[in-house]
Structure formats: structure tokens, C-alpha cells
Design a protein around this ligand. Structure first.
Ligand SMILES: *Cc1c(COP(=O)(O)O)cnc(C)c1O
Length: 346
């Protein structure tokens, strides 16, 4: 069966153009810095995000790990959201491998970190307490519903941190979704931060990889950490070639995924037994709950959806996450809504 797979935008497969670029990519040993395609991807990523340098890494997790360890020493503290991907889903790597202490602040419903909460979380200069070195912001925010932060918020966050001698790292796994959703150049979101990670392998549809960007000096340190954790890859240009196509061809079409997410949400809102929050999905994610009267769990419903050819994400006992991406077309959205209607009517 050909499934309509709405579990995540990570399920996207390389496009035919990517496969062709991969087959033809000039490559070299990237541990020697000699892979021209990796170098091209890193330069392109840096120039698009307005940074001096970029570093190709196998995953967003390694990107955030390398960046945070490049900024923080053992015993330093990083402030991040309590729902942050780095806090919840990266294996505690910053602590296990870098001895970095994390300090959670509850996000606002839109995924932002409130300045009064950040102010309260910053440590005084006191030998009893770990020094606050870094703030991490997630944009778009996955667990908060694919919400985005504005250029204005990013600018204020950068100023707030820098005035206090603190750095900012952006977990921008889906930063291009945030830019496209607001119709702004991504540099308006990345300009105020010291470093960022973004993923090529989500909505941008490349098979593997993320890029970390920042100053040359920062990237030099992140590069050393990438090597320490085994992320030095050899003829990685085969992968980077798809990343170049992702950046050149796939960014401008992300708006289609957002439009389909809105269409999906509008359809699901009409299905009896589902509860969607007010407002439209901000980007490509639709979160919703099962109504109290439905005598099934989200897992039960997901199984019945699967039997109807639709894969959905379950993020709680009664909660779902559906993500649109370039392999979901209008017919797929309609089929998913129809399948939910069918399952919940049964
Ligand atoms: C996907 C994701 C990452 C990185 O995940 P990998 O699977 O390691 O590539 C980081 N942050 C956020 C918000 C993500 O959604």
C-alpha cells in the first residue's frame, strides 16, 4: 500500500533532481577539507543565513550538540525551553558528552521564551551557581505546534542576551518554514543569533544532514567537536549535493505545505470527535486532540487510520501531530480527512 504519511516531514525522500545531483557530485575527502561539494554546501548555507561559515553534520542532533559544546564548557549552563527538542529528544547529549547543565524555562504558547522568565533564569555571578553562557531558542517550535518567532522577537532576544554577555543559539531545524510563513528573508531571523542549526532532511526533502552556521572561529570549534563525536565523514559530497538542491529548489515551495496544513486543519475541524485549537496552523504542523466522548485512544485511532492507508503521528494518549510536506498533495489531505471521518464515525 502507498501510504499517505503525515507522521513527519522527515519521511520525505530525495527528489529526482537530488538523486541526479548525488550521482554526479564531485567529491573528495572531507576530513581533509577536500570535498568540493561539501564546501559548496557549507558556503551556500552560510551565505543564505548571513554567517561567515557553515559545517555539514549528519543530523540536527549533532548540529545542536556541536554548537552548544562549542559555546559552553563543562559546568556552564544553557537556558532553553522545557519543550525544546534539545531538552526532550537529543539523548541528553550536551550533558552526557559535554558536561553542560541545562536550565528549562516554560515556553509561552507561541513557543517564545518570555524575557521576564529569562531574566529570572540568568544566574548571578556567584560561586555556588553554574554560569549562564547560552540561550537556545527553537524556531519554528516543534512541540509548541510549529509556531514561529518574528524578526522583531529574534532581534530583541539577541539584544537581551548580548547586553548580558550571553550568546544565543538557534535550533532552526525548520527555520526556512519560519521565514517563508512570514514572507521574510531568513537572515532577518538568523542575523541576531550567534549560531544556528538547520535541517536539510525535513521539509527541504534531502535524505540526510543539517548545517551549523556561525562565525569562522565558532565553526572551527564546532568542527573539532563533530570529529570527537565521530561525525567526520569522507566523500560526503554525495549527501551534500542533495543539500544544495534542497536549498536552491525546495525553500520557495514550503508555502505549499503551509497552505495544505491550513486546508487539513479546516477539514479536521469539521470532523466530529476531534478538537482543534483556535487559529490556523502557523506552518506545516497540525496538532489536535480526541474529544472526551470518543471511546478510543489516539493509538487506537492511528491503527485504524493506518488500515485506511494514512499514517499519523501520536504525541500523547489523546493527541495527534500531522505534518505536511512535499510528498503530500491536495488529494492526500482530502483522503486523510475522509479517513478520520470514517474512523470516528465507526
Ligand atoms: C528534527 C529536529 C532536530 C534534529 O533532529 P535530527 O533527527 O537529529 O536531525 C532538532 N530540533 C528540532 C526542533 C527538530 O524538529
Amino acid at each position: 500500500m502507498n501510504f499517505i504519511d503525515l507522521r513527519s516531514d522527515t519521511v520525505t525522500q530525495p527528489t529526482p533532481e537530488m538523486r541526479q545531483a548525488m550521482a554526479q557530485a564531485p567529491v573528495g575527502d572531507d576530513v581533509y577539507g577536500e570535498d568540493p561539494t561539501v564546501n559548496r554546501l557549507q558556503e551556500l548555507a552560510a551565505s543564505m543565513t548571513g554567517k561567515e561559515a557553515g559545517l555539514f553534520v549528519p543530523s540536527g542532533t549533532m548540529g545542536n550538540l556541536s554548537a552548544i559544546l562549542a559555546h559552553c564548557g563543562r559546568g556552564d549552563e544553557v537556558i532553553m525551553g522545557a519543550q525544546a527538542h534539545t531538552f526532550l529528544y537529543e539523548g541528553g547529549g550536551i550533558s552526557a558528552l559535554g558536561g553542560v547543565h541545562s536550565h528549562q524555562v516554560q515556553e509561552q504558547p507561541d513557543g517564545s521564551l518570555a524575557f521576564e522568565d529569562l531574566t529570572a533564569a540568568i544566574r548571578p555571578d556567584d560561586a555556588h551557581q553554574p554560569p549562564t553562557r547560552l540561550i537556545e531558542i527553537e524556531n519554528t517550535h516543534n512541540r509548541c505546534g510549529g509556531t514561529y518567532q518574528t524578526p522583531e522577537y529574534m532581534r530583541r532576544l539577541g539584544e537581551f542576551a548580548h547586553e548580558r554577555g550571553i550568546l544565543v543559539h538557534l535550533d532552526g531545524a525548520r527555520i526556512f518554514n519560519a521565514a517563508v510563513a512570514q514572507g521574510v528573508d531568513v537572515k532577518e531571523l538568523t542575523g541576531p543569533v550567534d549560531s544556528l542549526t538547520f535541517c536539510l532532511s525535513k521539509g527541504l526533502s534531502a535524505p540526510v544532514g543539517s548545517v551549523v552556521c556561525g562565525t569562522r572561529e565558532f565553526v572551527r570549534r564546532a568542527h573539532r567537536i563533530r570529529k570527537q563525536v565521530g561525525g567526520g565523514m569522507r566523500q560526503a559530497g554525495i549527501l551534500a549535493a542533495a543539500g544544495i538542491v534542497a536549498l536552491e529548489k525546495m525553500v520557495s515551495r514550503l508555502g505549499e505545505d503551509h497552505a495544505r496544513a491550513r486546508k487539513l486543519a479546516a477539514g479536521l475541524r469539521e470532523v466530529r470527535g476531534l478538537r482543534l485549537g483556535e487559529g490556523h496552523p502557523a506552518t506545516n504542523m497540525v496538532f489536535f486532540d480526541l474529544a472526551e466522548e470518543v471511546p478510543m485512544s489516539a493509538k487506537d485511532v492511528a491503527e485504524k487510520m493506518k488500515a485506511r492507508g494514512v499514517l499519523v503521528g501520536v504525541t500523547g494518549a489523546r493527541r495527534f501531530r500531522l505534518v505536511t510536506h512535499c510528498w503530500i498533495d491536495d488529494a492526500g489531505v482530502e483522503q486523510a480527512v475522509a479517513a478520520f471521518r470514517d474512523v470516528l464515525a465507526a
